[in-house]
Design a protein around this ligand. Structure first.
Ligand SMILES: Cc1cc2nc3c(=O)[nH]c(=O)nc-3n(C[C@H](O)[C@H](O)[C@H](O)COP(=O)(O)OP(=O)(O)OC[C@H]3O[C@@H](n4cnc5c(N)ncnc54)[C@H](O)[C@@H]3O)c2cc1C
Length: 376
């Protein structure tokens, strides 16, 4: 197969970058992946996956591994702060009749699955380094690395996340990520048998949720309005989560609260985002994933759209004779879907901060999930 680009560098080994390496290697490209973290760790707690994410895992060839190491389930249970269920939202089985409509997994487990697949497909992985300079001409891109190496590529893919150095290098005037006025607290906690699927408790402005990541564990997430993005002292994390949960008398949340102690690992993350206006490429350098569309987690689809970017980009590289045509087609296929996820997630956050219209919130959730079920 003749590809629009044969020698390809992926900058960043997150979910989007690893997926790009897998899909491009499958099609016969020579792929280098440079990841700045020498341990190639993906820290954090759990990650929720929607039906569209499971469909993308199927394409990548990692669905079986996900099902073995994560948890899949149908529906989202919406509950009142004291516990009773208000509604169970259906989650369509997008990945096929035998694959549930959603699920979750520990982030390090998903990162290991994708890293193993990227290596098994023959990606050349360079850890603990990054690029020093990127210089392109009409025929290729010269990249100098921080280990002193120098290589020439047909295409460079910037998949280095929300604070992308690649974006800064190629689009110095691009907008910067902005704080949305909400923060998210997360932890991995024991899973009681009654929690079978994603479960959310709807408070006036605070929204705790849990999602099973295995038979025995689930991950807890709580979104909270915070007008400013001020530093929060780590030593206060557990007490702050306990205080947020105190408002919810649902027995599951009170059991979690009672179980949190000085040794509990709580992750705090102010919610920021960016939607970079088009174009997402310049010449032979293209950006994917959070580098161009970092979303808040309200639709649990940030990783999904980054992985889909990788799949679509590889398809276009393999089906067009020239890079320019492939990158234009890539952007045309991706823009509206990614814009929808980022902007609808922002709006959901605004409604939550204001304690606003629950009907609008429900409508945006519903419409977004219908849109995400469409083919990519
Ligand atoms: C609180 C929170 C909860 C979320 N929950 C969900 C969820 O439930 N479901 C979901 O689908 N999404 C969720 N998301 C979004 C999701 O985490 C991201 O969209 C996704 O991880 C982005 O993947 P990425 O590969 O584009 O970027 P990243 O994950 O940021 O990966 C970038 C990689 O590039 C590396 N890197 C950085 N700079 C350089 C450099 N200069 N050179 C080389 N390498 C570099 C980094 O070390 C990293 O490995 C959530 C986000 C937040 C903030």
């Amino acid at each position: 197969m003749t590809l629009a680009a044969q020698r390809i560098l992926v900058i960043g080994g997150g979910f989007a970058g690893m997926s790009a390496a897998i899909e491009l290697r499958k099609r016969g490209a020579d792929v280098d992946l440079v990841e700045i973290d020498p341990g190639w760790r993906n820290c954090g707690t759990g990650i929720s996956v929607a039906g569209a994410t499971l469909r993308a895992f199927q394409q990548l060839g990692v669905l079986e591994a996900f099902l073995a190491h994560g948890a899949a389930s149908d529906g989202v249970s919406i509950r009142l702060p004291h516990g009773p269920e208000l509604a169970e939202l259906p989650t369509p089985r997008i990945a096929g009749p035998d694959v549930p409509g959603g699920g979750a997994i520990l982030r390090p487990a998903l990162a290991r699955i994708l890293a193993d697949a990227a290596r098994a497909w023959g990606t050349r992985v360079i850890l603990g380094h990054t690029f020093q300079s990127i210089d392109q001409d009409a025929d290729g891109v010269d990249v100098r690395f921080t280990d002193g190496q120098h290589r020439r590529y047909d295409l460079v893919i910037g998949a280095d996340g929300m604070y992308s150095e690649t974006r800064q290098n190629v689009f110095p005037d691009a907008p910067k990520p902005r704080y949305t006025g909400q923060a998210c607290w997360r932890a991995v906690v024991p899973r009681p048998p009654e929690i079978r699927t994603t479960t959310l408790w709807i408070g006036p402005t605070i929204k705790p949720g849990v999602n099973p990541v295995s038979q025995t564990e689930m991950y807890l997430f709580i979104t909270e309005p915070r007008p400013t993005n001020a530093h929060v002292e780590r030593s206060t994390f557990v007490d702050q989560v306990r205080a947020l949960l105190a408002e919810f008398s649902a027995p599951v949340l009170q059991t979690i609260r009672d179980g949190l102690g000085p040794t509990s690992e709580v992750v705090f993350r102010p919610l920021e985002g960016i939607l970079m206006p088009r174009p997402w490429s310049k010449g032979r350098v293209v950006l994917i994933g959070d580098a161009v569309h970092a979303t808040t987690p309200h639709l649990a689809s940030g990783a999904c759209i980054g992985i889909e970017d990788a799949i679509v980009l590889a398809e276009e590289i393999a089906s067009r004779p020239h890079i320019a045509a492939a990158l234009t087609a890539f952007e045309q296929r991706r823009w509206e879907r990614c814009r929808m996820v980022v902007e609808n997630s922002w709006r959901l956050g605004e409604i939550e901060i204001a304690g606003g219209d629950k009907a609008e919130h429900a409508r945006i959730m519903r419409e977004s999930h219908v849109a995400l079920a469409q083919p990519i």
